[in-house]
Ligand binder design. Structure first.
Ligand code: TEU
Ligand code: CA
Length: 544
């Protein structure tokens, strides 16, 4: 595969409203991000994915855009954005914009026009259907955020379609004008010198509503190839599509360079394993063998065709130490173990703000303390349908998107030093212990572990391009794999349990001196016939 700059890149995701508040209004902003660029440089990342900063009524924290070419005033101005691009560039950091084009805000001028009359020139920018004869909704399709996907609009007496909130009407991608407008807007950002796009729920744009098809519709890949040709195709940028239902076969369609679509996609199979029958509000414990099977499948199947993205966290997901590691006694060890497991695999790693200091889930006592539209809608819907408020709050503690959205704790001062005033959502109460200042002072912190992993990727080609081979495939507690190229063989072993585990090493992997690469307990320099892994121990070593 022809090498690309993003093959050995590590991306850091910033959720602007929760990152750093420069003017003490309780809301993170662009100047706050600018003030932390040196911190990101110290960590070693070379790409920042910025969650949406565009003008927006913030019904879904900016994933509802009312002007794609302006900045939300709470985040700053276009001059601040230009300065961020410039100062990031000085530090060799590229900025990737979040492109949310499955839908707009209901306050976007296109939608305001569209709803005025059935013959408005913008009407077909969105998806409208007549009520049934009895006045009821066109069909039973539901919104991801609860309730119907159809909203009745009084003015013209028709329903419009929205997969997310009713304030996020879906664009009609069958309309060539929509395609042209979006391409034009993307080129405007590319000309500003951005490093690429993260494409929000892009797998939904090929939908066929009348056949009840939303994800992976028949028109999806032609639309993406057309977008590629019209915009970023001949530019040296990173593009990553958010594709919840991708299988490896589908991911190859997107990311095989010959097809000229995206650099890579986010798949979520390794994330939804703890959702009972796909329902995040019915959490179940992790089945480690299942996680191993999923991670292995993606590594093996995208080996020669396509490219993986590697992530544990983002702004929609609970914190990984709380889910697959240990929040208590072994927080630091398990955060490092999870980081090593992910970062030694093949693909482009993404670090979500706060992951690099081992931030945990939050458990607010009252639903009043939550802000996320999805969490609040489902709390209301499920408790109205008989789920007890306590059970629902427990599910929120486990899987609410707000777990990943509490303000970044920079130090142990009030509100974790994020802001001088009460932030838009409360800080995790554990900020006096878990914060950036503490992590930077402690040479054994999770932060320095991430820093090392990122540096290793830049210096060891075997991590970037080596083959992936699972070892101990049947083991209930340990995940292990080898990464090999012509020059080196790297062995990675991780204990996903809170107990020590003895493993019998296969003949070809023992009785040898090894070179330690990274570890979260003492280094191993020799592999005996039986290796004992301490609780959440993980290490990578080079075999002779
Ligand atoms: O997320 C897509 C999405 O489907 C999530 O809302 C996810 O399904 C949900 O959290 C699982 O319960 C993207 C953005 O990342 C998210 O923040 C937006 O709310 C959503 O699209 C709409 O733009
Ligand atoms: Ca602010």
């Amino acid at each position: 595969m022809a090498p690309k700059w993003w093959h050995d890149a590590v991306v850091y995701q910033v959720y602007p409203r929760s990152f750093c508040d420069s003017n003490n209004d309780g809301m993170g902003d662009l100047r706050g991000i600018i003030s932390k660029l040196d911190y990101l440089k110290t960590l070693g990342v070379n790409v920042v994915w910025l969650s949406p900063v565009y003008k927006s009524p913030m019904d879904d924290n900016g994933y509802d855009i009312s002007d794609y070419q302006d900045i939300a005033p709470e985040f700053g101005t276009m001059a601040d954005m230009d300065e961020l691009l410039e100062k990031a560039k000085q530090r060799d950091i590229r900025i990737i914009m979040d492109l949310v084009v499955n839908h707009t805000s209901d306050e976007h001028p296109w939608f305001k026009e569209a709803r005025k009359s059935k013959d408005n020139p913008y009407r077909d920018y969105y998806i409208w259907r007549k009520p049934n004869a009895d006045g009821s909704v066109p069909d039973e399709m539901g919104s991801v955020f609860g309730g119907s996907a159809w909203e009745f609009d009084e003015q013209t007496g028709e329903y419009y379609f929205h997969i997310f909130s009713k304030r996020q009407p879906d664009l009609n991608w069958e309309n060539p004008k929509v395609q042209e407008e979006v391409h034009k807007m993307m080129n405007w950002w590319i000309d500003k010198g951005i490093g690429g796009f993260r494409l929000d729920v892009i797998d939904l744009i090929g939908k066929e509503i009348d056949n009840k098809i939303t994800g992976n519709g028949p028109r999806l890949h032609p639309l993406i190839q057309q977008m590629n040709r019209a915009t970023f195709g001949n530019k040296d940028v990173l593009t990553v599509g958010e594709t919840w239902d991708a299988t490896p076969e589908i991911a190859k369609l997107y990311s095989n360079p010959e097809r000229e679509e995206f650099s890579m996609v986010f798949q979520f199979e390794h994330i939804s394993l703890t959702w009972k029958n796909g329902d995040k509000w019915t959490p179940i414990p992790l089945d480690l063998p299942a996680l191993k099977r999923v991670l292995t499948k993606w590594q093996v199947e995208l080996a020669d065709e396509g490219w993986n993205s590697l992530f544990w966290n983002n702004h929609d997901l609970p914190r990984i130490v709380s889910k697959y590691g240990c929040e208590g006694q072994y927080r630091v060890e398990s955060a490092k173990m999870l980081a090593t497991t992910l970062h030694m695999m093949k693909g482009t790693p993404y670090v979500y703000q706060g992951e690099e200091i081992g931030m945990t889930n939050v458990a607010f006592d009252s639903i009043e303390d939550y802000r996320d539209i999805e969490t609040l809608n489902f709390y209301k819907e499920r408790t109205a349908n008989g789920v007890s408020p306590d059970a629902m709050l427990a599910a929120v503690h486990e899987n609410s998107r707000d777990n990943g959205r509490t303000p970044m704790p920079w130090d142990s001062s009030d509100n974790g030093g994020f802001s001088a005033v009460q932030p838009w959502i409360s800080t995790n109460p554990n900020y006096p212990q878990i914060n950036v200042a503490q992590a930077l002072e402690d040479k054994d912190s999770v932060f320095y572990h991430y820093q090392k992993l990122i540096a290793l990727r830049k210096s060891m080609p075997v991590i970037v391009y080596g083959d992936f081979q699972p070892v101990f495939e049947e083991h209930e507690k340990v995940f292990g794999y080898l990464r090999c190229d012509d020059a080196q063989r790297l062995l990675v072993l991780s204990n996903f349990s809170g107990e020590a585990v003895d493993i019998d090493m296969p003949a070809h992997l023992c009785g040898v001196e090894v070179e330690p690469v990274i570890h979260n307990y003492e280094a191993h320099t020799y592999l005996p016939t039986q290796v004992t892994l301490k609780p959440y121990e993980s290490f990578a070593v080079l075999l002779p």
